[in-house]
Write a protein that binds this ligand. Sequence first.
Ligand code: BG6
Length: 492
Amino acid sequence: MLVHMITSSHKIETPTAIVLLGATGDLAQKKLLPALMDLFAKELLPERLHIVAFSKADHTDESYRLFAREQIIKKSEHLEELLVRFLEKITYVQGRFDESQSYEHIKSALDTYDEHIGMCTSKLFYLAVPPTYYETIFEHIAAVKLEQPCIVGEGWTRILVEKPFGNDLAHARHLDQKLSQLFREEQIYRIDHYLAKDAIQNILSFRFSNTLFAHTWNSDYVEAVYIRVFEKVDVSTRGAFFDGVGALRDVGQNHMLQMLALIAMEYPEELSANTLRKKRTDVFRALKIPGPIELDSHIVKGQYEGYQAVPHVAPGSNTETYFAVKTFLDTPRWHGVPFYLEHGKAMEHSCVEISVRFKSSDQCVCGTENAHDHPNFVRFSISPQEKITVRFWVRTPGTKYGLEPNDLVFDRSHLTEAQIIIADAYEEVLFDALSGDQTLFVSNAEQEAAWNYITAILSLWQSSTPLPYTPGSTGPESALKAEIERTIHLFT
Ligand code: BG6
């Protein structure tokens, strides 16, 4: 987790096999293969490493290695010799998630490598697959006892599961129950790659290490919090995955609630996995569960025009590609403070940011023409640039008295990869899972609490039709959107 402290001396010595289920999918192509290669180039992967790539696509070891090479070089440049050494570590197994024999083939690929090196490898299973496959994968892993180490007491086995883990609270509980029959909680790594982003980890450092802000981070001073994830890209080729999931489960249940947790959590006395996960859970448990009366005023769903023509989207689909939610936390610190969450695909611009609006001061030296409408803001920009901006007010130059806004900006976008060491969230996720650090992974309690809140919204809006919006716009018009714009307009 401590990204800036990681150096090559943190190399993992345990011989390890990574079983990548979904090895030709979107996630493997865009994130996992490049991240593994980057870790390898930085000598942060175990020396004795075996990657078993599993998918239904028709590949041999050689053709999959070519496929992997193409994905890697799209993202970053590497020395040919390094690339070849990395690709040689990959064995391809072709099969289906629901076919017992396929898991026998995975097992035999693992055994062959173990025999070759004369050691028992530790095993990391990465489920880079849609959640609909989880249950069958768990059952098949159990059937061939893949979850067990090759020698009792030697090495470890761990499993990485992607979000969204399930469709709702009941389904997540059901899956967790299946998963817990195979793995203990300390072997389960539930991914939310947002937690692994450096800019997001920085929220806690900023909040709790600066007196200037630590004492004003509460309802006495804060008026509202805005969490936005806007994406210019539309659903594109991801219709088959997205239509069964929707924006709220895809990004709201996990990434956005995790950002909210870090903005709102109480002081973590120590930076341990247990403490941080518990503090995040406390925030989710404090979310006020919405009732029917809040539909529309506090909860809005939208769908961009043209979404229904995306391949694999069901005709007449009600799946949301946009949502806006206004929520409250039932804690003394945040009593009465609205938290606005807004996310959309096919939006006018892309940005991931959290803005904290402070209350305007009761007293002000602002001149007669300025009402007391000069709130301070703190904005954490996660992307496209990593920045923290503090908005403050100063005297307008000249003879006539007035106030004008100015910004103090901390900008980290200029850091080189070498300075960051681990530049990508998926590198961090993989490195931490291999090292056995669960801090940046979601606990069972945490995800249940998050699902509890999200499931309430899902059941409120299940039969409602999403509001249409034009691709490339700022989302559908609604009273909630207007409220957000009105209160954040001084800082856009
Ligand atoms: C993923 C979602 O988890 O996060 C995508 O499935 C979304 O739909 C993505 O686009 C956003 O992540 P990032 O790191 O690109 O902001």
